[in-house]
Design a protein around this ligand. Sequence first.
Ligand SMILES: Nc1ncnc2c1ncn2[C@@H]1O[C@H](COP(=O)(O)OP(=O)(O)OP(=O)(O)O)[C@@H](O)[C@H]1O
Length: 265
Amino acid sequence: MLELVSLSKTFNRGTVNEIRAIDEITLYVGKGEFITVIGSNGAGKSTLLNLIAGTYTPDSGKIVLSGEDITGWPEYMRARFIARVFQNPFMGTCGSMTIEENLAIAYRRGLGRRIRRGISEKDRKFFTKRLSILGLGLEHRLKDKVDVLSGGQRQCLTLLMATLRKPQLLLLDEHTAALDPKTAEQVLILTDRIIRDMNLCAIMVTHNMNHAIEMGNRLIMMDRGKVVFDISGEEKSRLTVKDLLDRFSSIRRERFSEDRMLLVE
Ligand SMILES: Nc1ncnc2c1ncn2[C@@H]1O[C@H](COP(=O)(O)OP(=O)(O)OP(=O)(O)O)[C@@H](O)[C@H]1O
């Protein structure tokens, strides 16, 4: 489904602030894989999603989606196939527009101008049906402005909009981090349900080790722009928070010994 081949990205090249954010990452993501991505601050998680979505261009390497080399494609072209939900619930929706207007925009994304028209009764029925799966009663509030929704309701709507037309890939960039714990849990349950029901290929960045373990069928850990741990299937289902913490500590120890070597040399 998605192939990343020797992908690299360096910021501020040639300056004292040079940072190799993504360092020769090669990753194959199969159909129906739901990957959780974990790693310390600055490990390169968001940069990886930005490269996949086309927000950033890689310095080298290749990105292939469903057999097509999309490395040179601009972000707007990739958006037809790659949906993304950000941490900020305000980013995926337009507050001054109604729920049904927001859904209509999402529904028509990627369609030609010819097909743009008002919202028909058939559209409304479809939106009502999809909104009802959220279990938030939003299906009875189609004409409400999105501004009046809570952060959690808004993030659920964003998730629904991102998947209204089945994307080839769904990117979730810490999409529950700005919500209170209870709402975050609800949004995660919904995320899991949508991904399973639609058999979506998804990549979810999180700082929460429990979420990284509980969600998805594959987990990768990043450190300094590299994938340092990649586990899936049965092995992943047996993974514990302690295992992840042990991994983090061993990475830190390695780094410490490297630093010492540098000092000695
Ligand atoms: N636009 C940019 N310009 C310069 N440096 C950047 C830019 N974006 C990211 N970086 C740097 O690249 C490195 C990786 O950043 P990134 O945001 O991908 O990490 P992350 O794993 O998502 O971290 P966090 O968990 O803190 O969000 C960091 O050192 C960051 O400061």
